[in-house]
Write a protein that binds this ligand. Structure first.
Ligand SMILES: NC(=O)c1ccc[n+]([C@@H]2O[C@H](COP(=O)([O-])OP(=O)(O)OC[C@H]3O[C@@H](n4cnc5c(N)ncnc54)[C@H](OP(=O)(O)O)[C@@H]3O)[C@@H](O)[C@H]2O)c1
Length: 330
């Protein structure tokens, strides 16, 4: 095995996100190879594997037992992530798991500890972090473009999904908070740091399905800047954030799921005028696959402590916010 060999991925489940985004990206990336796809029913695995010419496996256990698979991508319903990530780590595989990594901060911490003990890479698939537009925002903040920060607002809302979607199932970890709340919470952590605390939240429950379909949260930074977050799965599409400081405002649209060809524009509004700062397009899906493969090849001694801590803090904050959706007295 040389360092240059691509990382051989196996995929647990023929999820929409896998078929639409991740499988094409894994297959196309020079540092990755799509070795096998598993589904609960073999025929689904066969249909999904066919265009890629990779192995089709019936059942997830069989894929984990495949010695040719080095790394496992887990795009299962949210409530199943923790157990299958644990099983994949037990089988000695590196793991890239869909967001949210688990539904409990304690489990997230335990899985990272297991990965560390076994010398394996474990990452939560929060793809927007790989888009360079956010690094540019962080540079502008660090350079004092806005002065002292006063407020952050972020929003990720998506249209309703068809009946039967995993997002409508409480048992599968559905609901707006776990599906879309991850994005604004993670953006706040990524841009403002881990010291955020929850002030309050409103989660609108959908009585038909028994999950929350809309939410708003108020958090604060240790310096007292207000952090307003909104998320939802029964909305018009909106994916944006803005930062307000003592000197002006910075606005980014298409913040969380820009397609690879999208030309990002940062709008910087200050008393001297409004600047539109065009940035280079970036492919955050390819970037995610490449960063994960590079981490596997670097070896576990080079784990990304900051990203891990962000994932863990995100799980803690989402857990706190989830309690605002619990029925009174629960
Ligand atoms: N990072 C991102 O940008 C992004 C975007 C969208 C979704 N996601 C995440 O990706 C995950 C999957 O989302 P999705 O919309 O792609 O889901 P989906 O199309 O419903 O796929 C879920 C997959 O899970 C498997 N599964 C196993 N047990 C299941 C059960 N009891 N009920 C239903 N499915 C079961 C199924 O695989 P088989 O039947 O094929 O075995 C199914 O294909 C979620 O965690 C979601 O949060 C991430």
């Amino acid at each position: 095995m040389t360092e240059a060999e691509p990382v051989r991925f196996g995929v647990l489940g023929c999820a929409e996100i896998a078929r639409r985004r991740m499988l094409p990206a894994i297959a196309a990336h020079p540092d990755a190879e799509l070795a096998a796809v598993a589904a609960r029913e073999a025929h689904r695995a066969e249909e999904t594997a066919r265009p890629y010419g990779c192995r089709a496996v019936g059942g997830y256990e069989a894929l984990l037992a495949d010695p040719d698979v080095e790394a496992v991508y887990v795009p299962l319903p949210n409530a199943l992530h923790a157990d299958w990530v644990a099983a994949a780590l037990d089988a000695g595989k590196h793991v890239l798991a869909e967001k949210p990594l688990t539904l409990e901060a304690e489990r997230t911490a335990a899985l990272f500890a297991t990965a560390r003990e076994r010398g394996l890479v474990l990452r939560e698939n929060v793809m927007f972090l790989r888009h360079r537009q956010h690094a540019r925002v962080r540079e502008l903040l660090a350079d004092g473009a806005l002065g002292e920060l006063r407020a952050f607002r972020a929003e990720f809302t998506v249209p309703a999904r068809p009946e039967g979607d995993i997002r409508h199932s409480p048992a599968l970890g559905g609901g707006a908070l776990w599906d879309t709340g991850v994005y604004p919470v993670r953006a706040a952590l990524h841009l403002l740091g881990p010291g955020l605390s929850v002030v309050g939240a409103v989660l609108r429950q959908d009585p038909r399905h028994g999950v929350d379909t809309a939410g708003s949260a108020l958090l604060r930074t240790p310096d007292g800047a207000g952090v307003q977050l909104a998320f939802g799965i029964d909305h018009g599409y909106r994916s944006a954030y803005e930062l307000t400081g003592e000197l002006g405002r910075l606005v980014l649209d298409h913040a969380f799921t820009p397609p690879a060809g999208h030309v990002p524009r940062l709008r910087l509004e200050r008393p001297g005028g409004v600047e539109e700062l065009p940035l280079e397009p970036d492919d955050q899906v390819a970037g995610t696959v490449g960063a994960f493969a590079a981490a596997v090849r670097r070896g576990a001694g080079h784990r990304d402590r900051i990203e891990e801590e962000e994932s863990l803090r995100q799980a803690e904050l989402l857990g706190e916010l989830a309690r605002y959706g619990a029925p009174a007295g629960a």
